[in-house]
Design a protein around this ligand. Structure first.
Ligand SMILES: Cc1ncc(C[n+]2csc(CCOP(=O)(O)OP(=O)(O)O)c2C)c(N)n1
Ligand SMILES: [Mg+2]
Length: 597
């Protein structure tokens, strides 16, 4: 058989150093799958349970490695299934290339089976680049452009390959004549640093401030040393947007931890009290957690010009890479003599961690485990270089507040899309990218039932190929879509609507055993420490199912008057449902914010 266009496509991906494609088969990509079989020694196909998971894994790969993630799906239904995972990548600015099938070119427009108008369907998620291969000679430049544009624009791109084109004879380059394209492989990102006089202006603003607050996001993940050095010079505190959790280790005494609804009180207090803001590599959207307009002089540094000055009207909003820009800014900063602002922040941080440790003490209520205890115990047992993935339920709160991240670790979730389900597929993608590191996902039972359970079959299928088989999934078995139940209580003043919120009980530990993995159940908090030890010494992936208390409020660090009022109303409207416990929990929560804590 002579080389096909699909072979050419695989070889082009290999030339771009792609090593793994996450996907699911279908006859719309049979030609591509044949070529992948022929190239399997250089390009690995990882079969997921669902195309959405393939897209989450490609996104997880991009988030953890910084490389392009690649996923593949068949025409019609397969391409439709990819979308949510692709939006996760697009909204969090991660490079992902989707390769999808389409019906035969000659059938397009014929209302053919599985014919979906993919160019239109993908026109938003892959707005940066979405093209169809209409003949073999365009494979080369369409793959080259998809790979390059995904990286330079930090986004999702898509190449649609009709099934008949996949099997056509490869045409690896176009003859030199009119209307031909001659592209090449490789991407060398530029060094983006603001001009010297702009950095000088930034330094003037920051040097004039007396109470400087920093906010860093995922754009600062590679700039840990520079962020710490700048904060030290400025006598500042550093808050972290969730995607930037690993940007600054939590043992840095002026790191106030996460910000926002899932954030900490020191972050909140710092933003309320600051007179100057330095925002680096973040587009954290909830402006109510930032200083009020006019309160601070503000400087922003971000690689993406389009993300500048949209959350706060910056006095200076500079395009630049965080690491390079902060390194050049540093010598222009005058070390603050007066350290009292930072000392105050450090004290708040110490107090906050004391409180978190108290709340993380093993405790039970009504025969269920307080969820914080699971996270505090995990935090103290985390092995070096662990890779963490959180899902978008209540787990994200405890992950944000109770896990002390250390240098060398990685930590991710779905930031801007905040979709349910990526916890498990991210954790699996982490194992393929770093097979010798421990990967841990923290997910809700709703997310587990929405796809996480099925996807553990992928872990079961592949774990023997990983150098270290340890992948641990912690399931918060609260039999509730708890995050939303609380949002309904606090924001709407509504009681729990059982019809929409209750989640059926499943024995996830038994499910693990059934599929050849290890399962551990936690029903009282005294089992927590031992459960983590057991999971961390297992010879295969583990599901820990913890029966957790749904009445533990994952509330924001400051409770506004309206929210407290809404909450009170919801309690009055819901005489049952374990709410006396909830009342007690909220009382505890309010207590956190009393002076003198
Ligand atoms: C795909 C998707 N559907 C719905 C939501 C809204 N949502 C956010 S968190 C949540 C509850 C998650 O429940 P579970 O996974 O059980 O976690 P819990 O909060 O109970 O710990 C829901 C429904 C979402 N973010 N994504
Ligand atoms: Mg739940």
């Amino acid at each position: 058989m002579s080389k096909t266009a699909a072979d050419n496509l695989c070889e082009r991906l290999i030339a771009w150093d792609v090593s793994t494609i996450y996907g699911f088969p279908g006859d719309g990509i049979n030609g591509l799958l044949g070529a992948l079989r022929r190239h399997q020694d250089e390009l690995r196909f990882v079969q997921t349970r669902h195309e959405e998971m393939a897209a989450f894994m490609a996104c997880g790969h991009a988030k953890f490695t910084g490389e392009v993630g690649v996923c593949m799906a068949t025409s019609g239904p397969g391409a439709i299934h990819l979308l949510n995972g692709l939006y996760d990548a697009k909204l969090d600015h991660r490079p992902v290339v989707a390769i999808v099938g389409q019906t035969f070119v000659r059938a397009i427009g014929g209302d053919f089976q599985q014919e979906v108008k993919l160019l239109q369907l993908y026109s938003d998620v892959a707005s940066a680049f979405c093209e169809q291969v209409n003949e073999p000679s365009s494979v080369r430049h369409l793959i080259d452009r998809a790979m390059r544009i995904a990286q330079t624009e930090r986004t999702v791109t898509c190449v649609i390959v009709p099934a008949d084109v996949q099997d056509m004879e490869a045409v690896e380059s176009q003859p030199h004549k009119t209307h031909t394209v001659h592209s090449g492989v490789g991407y060398w990102p530029g060094r983006l640093v603001p001009a010297r006089d702009q950095l000088k202006q930034a330094a003037d603003i920051l040097n004039a401030g007396e109470k400087v607050a920093m906010l860093v996001g995922q754009g600062a993940l590679h700039a840990t040393d520079e962020v710490i050095a700048v904060a030290d010079a400025l006598g500042a505190g550093v808050a972290k947007a969730l995607l930037g959790k690993a940007a600054v280790p939590d043992d840095v005494p002026f790191c106030t931890g996460s910000i926002g609804l899932l954030g900490t009180k020191p972050s909140w207090d710092m933003m309320q009290g600051a007179d100057t803001l330095l925002m680096v590599g973040s587009s954290f959207p909830y402006s109510e957690f930032l200083p009020k307009e006019g309160q601070v002089k503000a400087v922003q540094i971000d690689l993406l010009g389009r993300m500048l000055s949209i959350r706060y009207p910056m006095d200076l909003a500079l395009e630049g890479d965080s690491k390079e820009s902060l390194a050049e800014l540093l010598p222009l900063l005058a070390r603050k003599e007066d350290r009292s602002w930072q000392e105050e922040i450090k004290k708040d941080v110490t107090d906050w961690w004391r409180l978190m440790d108290e709340q993380g003490e093993p405790a039970d209520r009504d025969g269920r485990v307080r969820p914080q205890g699971l996270f505090t115990a995990l935090s103290s047992q985390l092995p070096e270089k662990a890779i963490l993935s959180s899902d978008s339920g209540s787990a994200a709160n405890w992950y944000a507040r109770h896990i002390r991240i250390r240098r060398g670790m990685k930590a991710m979730l779905s930031g801007n899309l905040a979709t349910m389900v990526p916890g498990v597929p991210y954790a699996i993608a982490a194992k393929f990218a770093y097979p010798d590191r421990v990967s841990i996902a923290m997910v809700g039972d709703g997310a587990m039932q929405m796809g996480g359970m099925a996807e553990m079959l992928t872990a079961a299928k592949y774990y023997k190929t990983w150098a270290d088989p340890r992948l641990i999934v912690l399931v918060l078995t609260n039999e509730d879509l708890n995050q939303v139940t609380w949002e309904q209580r606090v924001m709407e003043g509504d009681p729990q609507f059982k019809a929409s919120q209750e989640i059926p009980y499943v024995d996830y530990a038994a499910w693990a055993e059934l599929i050849g993995l290890h399962g551990i159940k936690i029903t009282t908090s005294s089992e927590i420490e031992g459960a983590w030890r057991e999971a961390l010494s297992a010879d295969r992936p583990v599901i820990i199912s913890a029966l957790t208390d749904p009445n533990e409020p994952p509330l924001p660090p400051h409770i506004t008057f309206e929210q407290a009022e809404g909450f009170a109303k919801s309690i009055l409207a819901d005489p049952q449902g374990g709410l006396p416990g909830a009342v007690e929990a909220v009382r505890e929560k309010v207590h956190e914010f009393l002076p003198g804590r």
